[in-house]
Write a protein that binds this ligand. Sequence first.
Ligand code: ATP
Ligand code: RIB
Length: 309
Amino acid sequence: MSKPKICVVGSCNYDMIAYTDRLPKQGETIMGTDFKMGFGGKGANQAVAAAKLGAEVTMVAKLGEDVFGKQTMENFKNLNIVSKYVYFTDKASSGVAPIWVDKQGHNSIIVVSGANDLITVEEVEASRKAIASSKILICQNEVPLEVTKKALQIAREEGVITVFNPAPAPTVELSNDYFELTDIFCPNETEAELLTHRTVKTLEDAVDAGRALIKKGVKKVLMTLGSKGCLFVDAKTHTHIPGLHVKAFDTTGAGDCFIGSFAYFLGAGLSEEEAARRACIVASVSVQKPGTQKSFPFAKELPADLFVF
Ligand code: ATP
Ligand code: RIB
């Protein structure tokens, strides 16, 4: 099988994770139990998740001219991620993300975007060849919205499958273009709530929110539901793929691991449902380990039958 070709246009951050029994209240100082640093950023995470499974990945991003930028580039090289379209700026530092993780594995994240905010539409246009020669483009919401739109437009013009993970949830109302340019729209429950202005607590709510997103113009919705797995919704049908029963230690980046893995399996030729089922298995492995990208498994660490196509 030739390697699935995936292009990611998105963010890179340096994650600084503090582990603690519970999250602090406003004005409170509490003691942590552990601290880890590592590569993060939703775009880079999704690229790394796919690359660790064996995809040929090109990353389009912007870094600061600092130690985090340099190390991020080295990380891409070590993982054979094509970084020809990773730009540098001296106008901002690389993106960083202080993260808190509690005893249940739940997290809170503050992203300081820095260089991620400075990537331009022209730089994405310059990467057209990389998008056009991929089977799948993945975008998230940690770079300027107009940059994401440009990437989705190029992919649509070039006949490339578009996967859009609207994370973190946009703070402005998304115009219809974003939905219409997306083949597979991948929010989590919170993002689905914010984008549809409805509550998503039950599976039924999630199906309704999925349908509301379809009405906005996306072809299909693949909603992640944390430990409950994920849900595929199209105009007529829906399929719930249950999560695996595991003890979560740190869910940071679980959604990214899921999306990068989903793109890998879809690019390898599996049906969307089967790709999502296998992505749930890979993401469930990642939540049992600390760290973001460090917790994503390599193909060789996973059951061989996941790679039978
Ligand atoms: P994050 O923002 O932390 O990266 P997310 O909210 O985008 O995560 P989730 O819906 O929490 O994404 O999780 C993504 C996928 O990871 C789920 O669809 C599921 O397959 C897997 N997963 C997450 N949490 C658990 C868990 N506790 N047990 C098993 N699988 C999990
Ligand atoms: O989804 C997890 C990611 O969100 C972290 O790596 C952090 O950098 C933020 O982008």
